[in-house]
Design a binder for this molecule. Structure first.
Ligand code: CS2
Ligand code: MG
Length: 405
């Protein structure tokens, strides 16, 4: 008897931040969960699912995960793009969840079983000035993290994305209609970044893995200068030095600095990383499982990267929901070229809605052995958190022109 999809429903909820979740129900009473969250553009994906995909799912065989992926991707005429791929990703995650539950095994077992005991995670440490930053890094080390991303304020600027002046936690998207505007000056950043990061390295010694994110803001010349100025810091990676579509220009950066490079959190299919990977212009690929069409497409992206010794280091801020994060951990546990998972953590309310089965020990994360993805969603709790518009900030240069994200 085929296991048929009888319902596909979209849940939009805001426990601490906005999430879009897909619930797929089968004829034998199984429920699979998928994440369709696209930070700051959530309702576009909710509509893609509600208005276009959900009706196509009803009546399909839930066990035909790959065929459903091909049907939604190749059959749509309009391919790729963040909205489309996040919607397909939610369906795919939900079907892998159902398949694991049907067979009584965790998703990592469906992918061939563990190749490691746990997935190393990195978290964020931010401080407006250097002493605050060192304190924040120390706090993360005390919690057992082996890898930490350090972000800091820049002298002369009032605000820097992701760095609060009070030391409080940040959310990538601020609530309210319309983005906040931040003023940015690259020259001030380029002067200060090596000072702040060298101070962290001197403070922590050689063992801690240190990462830094430049948020797509530099030109190739600026990226080369930054890379060279950080070579003595021994970074695990330098992230997003150029806007992600400037791929051919990355060759110049690569030729002139040996700092390891990571890119790809805004990518949505294998076609975005084909050249970067096959020319080995990056060391780490940042694609997130939910944003690239789910596990089915993600594992192909990683298989391509494996050939070129490029490793996965996926995006994992709070806007990647616990459902996607669990999917990423299952893939990470079962995939050889998986280096590190970003784990920013979530606001406390998020855990009132999402109940993940993962665990964290000594800087490593394990998705757990519950059947499927191992995350349950409390729909009643979700209903209590109404959607609120929220946007990532927009940066402008001193002359008022818009800065690259
Ligand atoms: C960041 C994120 O986690 C990261 O590496 O770049 O803060 C990112 O800006 C947001 O998640 C975008 O949605
Ligand atoms: Mg980033």
């Amino acid at each position: 008897m085929p296991r048929t999809i009888v319902a596909a429903d979209v849940i939009v909820t805001s426990p601490g931040r906005n999430f879009v979740t897909l619930k797929v129900t089968t004829s034998d009473g199984l429920v699979g969960w998928g994440d369709a969250t696209l930070n700051g553009r959530e309702l576009a994906v909710a509509s893609y699912l509600r208005d276009h995909l959900c009706a196509l799912l009803v009546g399909r065989d839930a066990d035909r995960i790959e065929d459903t992926w091909q049907y939604l991707y190749r059959g749509a005429y309009w391919r790729r793009g963040p909205v489309t791929m996040a919607a397909i990703g939610a369906v795919d995650l939900a079907l892998w969840d159902i398949n694991g539950k049907a067979l009584g095994v965790p998703v990592h077992q469906l992918l061939g079983g563990p190749v490691r005991d746990g997935v190393m995670i990195y978290t964020h440490a931010t401080g407006w000035d250097v002493p605050e930053l060192l304190e924040a890094v120390d706090a993360k080390r005390e919690q057992g993290f082996l890898a930490v991303r350090a972000q800091f304020g820049v002298p002369g600027l009032d605000t820097v994305y992701g760095v609060s002046r009070s030391g409080a936690a940040y959310e990538p998207a601020g609530r309210g209609v319309g983005p906040k505007v931040e003023v940015w000056e690259t020259s001030a950043y380029l002067r200060h970044a090596p000072v702040a990061l060298q101070a962290v390295r001197d403070h922590v010694g050689p063992d801690l893995h240190l990462l830094h994110d430049a948020h797509h803001r530099l030109t190739p010349t600026e990226a080369i200068r930054l890379g060279k100025s950080l070579e003595g810091v021994d970074l695990f990676w330098l992230e997003d030095v150029l806007p992600a579509e400037n791929q051919q220009l990355l060759r110049q950066v690569r030729a002139q600095t040996h700092v390891p490079l990571a890119i790809g959190e805004v990518f949505n299919s294998v076609y975005d990383s084909l050249d970067l990977v096959s020319e080995r212009l990056i060391d780490y690929l940042r694609v997130a499982v939910g944003h690239v069409g789910g596990i089915s497409h993600y594992r192909k992206i990683l298989a391509h990267a494996e050939v070129y010794q490029v490793k996965a280091g996926p995006h994992g801020p709070s806007d990647v929901s616990p459902v996607s994060l669990a999917g990423s951990l299952h893939v990470g546990l079962a995939t050889h070229n998986f280096a590190v998972q970003e784990f920013m953590g979530y606001p406390a309310e998020t855990y009132e809605v999402f109940r993940p089965g993962w665990s964290i020990r000594d800087g490593y994360m394990h998705p757990g052995d519950a059947p499927g993805l191992g995350v349950e969603v409390d729909e009643k709790a979700a209903a209590a958190f109404a959607y609120e518009p929220a946007y990532l900030p927009v940066a402008r240069n001193r002359d008022g022109s818009v800065k690259d994200w």
